[in-house]
Design a protein around this ligand. Structure first.
Ligand SMILES: Cc1cc2nc3c(=O)[nH]c(=O)nc-3n(C[C@H](O)[C@H](O)[C@H](O)COP(=O)(O)O)c2cc1C
Length: 196
């Protein structure tokens, strides 16, 4: 099983990084043969889509910044984990930039009819999101539609979300209950993947 995990926070070792550690441990506890690619969106330096429309005329993106490798990794992955702190009720700019660059995938399918993504491979997608505020009137309203379209673009079933409020007051690394929950979420993902 191949897992691709993209950490959307610019901060290492904090909430999103910790949740990712624990969900990956949960996955590894249920799946013996697992290869994991774990990336920090902030380090990838993926630049925003410029809407040049080149991808609707020839396959892939003309910007040479590693997005092609990333699309290749999306294609290969069976489980795709995305994480982000909530920034202004949405995801971080780093994560949004790489999601927008999947326009090259949309174009490959719908303009060029030559998909960069193998549509017959099974993939499941999962979103982890943390928020500083104790209560969130809109919940994940700003996040879910973005991830929904993103997972559709790479032909992954959007399996679910893990949302944690109040992390500025009580970080997840001081919250054993949350850490156990996310570990179990990792185990459930493996079972869901095999169930089909
Ligand atoms: C630019 C910025 C915008 C933020 N916007 C929100 C917000 O809209 N709602 C909220 O609850 N927390 C907001 N926060 C707090 C972060 O969501 C919180 O600190 C984060 O989930 C921590 O994740 P990390 O430790 O993995 O970086 C914001 C923080 C920053 C830096």
């Amino acid at each position: 099983m191949k897992v691709l995990a993209i950490m959307g926070s610019p901060r290492r070792g904090k909430n999103n990084d910790t949740l990712l550690d624990h969900i990956l441990k949960g996955i590894q506890s249920k799946e013996e043969n697992v290869s994991i690619i774990r990336l920090n969106a902030n380090d990838l330096n993926i630049t925003p889509c410029t809407a040049c429309d080149a991808c609707s005329k020839r396959l892939g993106c003309i910007q040479k910044d590693g997005m092609a490798d990333l699309i290749h990794s999306f294609n290969e992955a069976n489980i795709i984990l995305m994480t982000s702190p909530m920034y202004f009720n949405s995801i971080t700019a780093q994560l949004k930039a790489l999601i927008d660059r999947n326009q090259a995938v949309w174009s490959s399918k719908y303009a060029l009819k030559h998909s960069l993504i193998d549509r017959y491979q099974r993939r499941i997608g999962y979103m982890i999101c943390t928020a500083g505020a104790p209560e969130h009137p809109y919940g994940l309203d700003g996040v879910i539609p973005i991830l929904d379209l993103f997972f559709k673009s790479i032909n992954a079933d959007y399996y679910g979300n893990f949302f944690v409020n109040n992390v500025d007051e009580r970080p997840v690394y001081e919250n054993e209950e949350i850490l156990q929950k996310i570990y179990r979420a990792g185990q459930e993902l493996v079972m869901a993947y095999h169930k089909g």
